[in-house]
Design a protein around this ligand. Structure first.
Ligand SMILES: [Zn+2]
Length: 124
């Protein structure tokens, strides 16, 4: 059996996707994952070691891998992603809504979106 990466001819694979893979494949997971297509994985070449950073386009933030993992499952990311790509879904909400109170509806929306369009692909 050929690994998927080899079939697609992709030499680099996303470290973030790699670390999320087990979770994404977990059938009993609670958290939906959306908006990976808004995440850009970039390598910052330092003098001694390479540092991998992740940028979230919709939230305009720059995080390391562990923080980005948490970020993707957070309400802020879901809200910004839905607002950017599916604005009609949140058009009734006020601009400065208290996201902690909207965590549940955001999770439900994210679930529906993930079923429809999948988690997305990390940009490299
Ligand atoms: Zn984000």
């Amino acid at each position: 059996m050929q690994p998927v990466e080899a079939q697609k001819g992709v030499s680099t694979k996303s470290q973030l996707l790699d670390s999320l893979k087990v979770y994404l494949n977990n059938k009993s997971r609670l958290q939906p994952i959306i908006g990976l297509g808004s995440i850009i994985e970039c390598v910052k070449a330092g003098t001694h070691n390479k540092e991998i950073l992740f940028l979230c386009e919709v939230c305009v933030c720059q995080l390391n891998k562990a923080d980005m993992r948490n970020h993707i499952m957070g309400s802020l990311h879901r809200y910004n992603y839905i607002k950017a790509w599916h604005p009609h879904l949140v058009s009734e909400w006020k601009e400065k809504s208290d996201l902690s109170k909207l965590a549940w509806p955001l999770m439900e929306m994210a679930k529906t979106l993930e079923e429809k369009e999948g988690p997305g692909d990390v940009q490299q």
